[in-house]
Design a protein around this ligand. Structure first.
Ligand SMILES: [Zn+2]
Length: 321
């Protein structure tokens, strides 16, 4: 990883070049000139919060390390520049490769060892493909969001769509194997989950959905989508005759851990902790958004592992209902 100090091929220099006039009103022409400057010099400058355009000013507690108006080739080059987006980009890019590797391993090793059928290949791969898609969308947003306001808005929409797809990647294998022996309920719940996910994706087509005005509503919709899993879980416990059933005792704690991880992730996302306590201290490492990214990867891994265990359980224990 290159840093501002040791990089040779990419010049990184802090520049004080205010984009704001005295009353902090954004001046339209400045970023255009700045963009030409960046393109000509082929260097990546990092900026202070006070110098960045409004579309990048989402977190006032992150003070340094902003990339601004980079052309796409420099956005890609900035993968190797230590900015306040570096960990956000790499955490989910590495996450993508982890889920890709797990998918290939399952196809080549795990499912053949379990004597799985075609549906097992499809369901397990579907879950991991959803996670990969979510990781790539997030990487794209954090990598290319600095290009322009339009690019930022477009990629934010893609990133939010990725979250919906990631959530469905958690649901489908879990519901499929949990309701493996109750095919009617399995199909009903899978249909409901798909409809809910398509609804959230449809909402994201509206431009307002990614605006600041819709922030609370966005959070509410994604939280509701994740929380909906409580209904099939409760129904599943009932269909298995309560908490005394072995399968319930094995898998309900896993569902509980998943929801705890989800709540931790959401708490980081909303609270902007820890940077709100010491603005500027967590610009590069340890900010709330980076923590959110890591917890999301852990939650997906947990979800995948639980799906894999319930698949194994279903192969060993045949249906008795
Ligand atoms: Zn993110």
């Amino acid at each position: 990883m290159l840093t501002a100090e040791n990089t040779q091929s990419v010049k990184v220099r802090p520049v004080v070049r205010p984009f704001y006039n005295d009353t902090s009103v954004f001046i339209e022409e400045e970023p255009v000139n700045f963009m030409k400057q960046v393109q000509h010099k082929n260097c990546i400058s990092l900026y202070h919060y006070k110098e960045i355009p409004q579309f990048l000013s989402g977190n006032p507690y992150i003070l340094h390390g902003y990339r601004v108006h980079l052309p796409f080739n420099l956005c890609i080059k900035s993968l190797f520049v230590w900015s306040n987006e570096t960990i956000n980009i790499w955490s989910h890019l590495i996450g993508f490769f982890i889920f890709l590797t797990l998918m290939l391993y399952d196809i080549v090793v795990t499912i053949p060892n379990f004597n799985g059928v075609v549906a097992d290949y499809f369901i397990m791969s579907f879950g991991l493909l959803c996670f990969q898609y979510c990781m790539l969308c997030s990487t794209g947003y954090h990598l290319f969001g600095c290009h322009s306001e339009r690019s930022c808005e477009w990629w934010l929409g893609v990133d939010m769509g990725g979250i919906s797809i990631g959530v469905i990647g958690c649901y489908i294998p879990a519901v499929y194997y949990a309701f493996y022996c109750m095919t009617i309920w399995r199909d009903i719940y899978i249909l409901i989950i798909c409809l809910l996910t398509v609804s959230t994706l449809f909402l994201q087509r509206f431009q307002d959905f990614s605006s600041k005005r819709w922030f609370r509503m966005r959070i509410l919709i994604f939280t509701a989508l994740a929380a909906c899993g409580v209904i099939p879980s409760a129904h599943w416990i009932y269909l298995n005759n309560g908490f005394s059933a072995t399968i319930v005792q094995i898998f309900i704690p896993k569902v509980a851990v998943l929801y705890i991880l989800g709540m931790i992730a959401l708490a980081f996302y909303l609270s902007r902790f820890p940077e709100r306590l010491r603005p500027g201290m967590f610009d590069m490492i340890g900010s709330s958004h980076q923590c959110w990214h890591f917890v999301v990867v852990i939650a997906f891994l947990w979800c995948y592992n639980s799906g894999r265990e319930i698949l194994q359980y279903r192969i060993i224990n045949s249906c008795t209902l």
